[in-house]
Design a protein. Structure first.
Length: 218
């Protein structure tokens, strides 16, 4: 990634549209019944352990086995593919879009994703840090840990089988963690963001710049 980032362009993009548009897809095949309408506010899971479910978005019924799918994101229902209400859909079909207002912290994280080296989930599964990495995180914090290519960093848990996952990117520190242990991650979603040592000043510049620009307007 080039050291030269057009901060003005990035920040003006977020200032003019400080939202993330989250697409919601059918979790499997079945008949869909929507539980929300366009313009409705929805909540993400809450509580200390995320034990309070988010707003019910839709019910999907397969072989008389109905399942309620709840929101994972707080925001407003921006669009519903209303012609699918009551219809049979395929797995992965887009059902609606949720417009999520970004907080300053989330905007900083989104800009980080354009700067950091992202390591993605090889499959849809649950992930945990390897015992060695987890113990080092517990003692010193993730950002004090430098990882090397080929190092076993994560365990993938899929269908009750645990498989070691080896790091394949550039050497650097674990700057951002995008998964929660034991919570399923979709294939291709980022697991961690690695920052090469020479990019650490750039990261600090992003934080300082976003905070200064945002606080002057908000």
């Amino acid at each position: 990634m080039s050291e030269e980032i057009d901060f003005d362009e990035l920040l003006s993009k977020y200032k003019s549209d400080p939202y993330e548009y989250v697409e919601v897809y059918a979790v499997h095949t079945g008949q869909v019944t929507f539980k929300v309408t366009e313009g409705e506010e929805v909540d993400a899971p809450g509580g200390q352990w995320q034990q309070i479910p988010g707003t019910s978005l839709y019910e999907i019924n397969r072989e008389r086995n109905p399942k309620i799918v709840a929101a994972r994101t707080k925001g407003t229902v921006a669009e519903i593919v209303s012609e699918l209400d009551g219809c049979f859909v395929e797995a992965g079909e887009r059902l609606m879009t949720i417009k999520h207002p970004l907080k300053k912290k989330e905007i900083i994280e989104n800009i980080f994703k354009e700067v950091l080296s992202l390591f993605h989930a090889p499959e849809t599964a649950k992930y945990f840090f390897s015992m060695d990495i987890q113990s080092r995180i517990d003692k010193k914090g993730a950002r004090s840990i430098t990882i090397e290519q080929g190092e076993e960093i994560i365990t993938m848990s899929l269908m009750k089988r645990d498989t070691p996952v080896y790091y394949t990117g550039e050497r650097g520190v674990i700057h951002s963690i995008y998964f929660q242990p034991g919570i399923s991650v979709n294939q291709g979603d980022p697991l961690i963001g690695i920052c090469a040592p020479e990019k650490l000043p750039l990261i600090q510049k992003i934080i300082t710049r976003v905070k200064a620009d945002w606080d002057s307007d908000h």
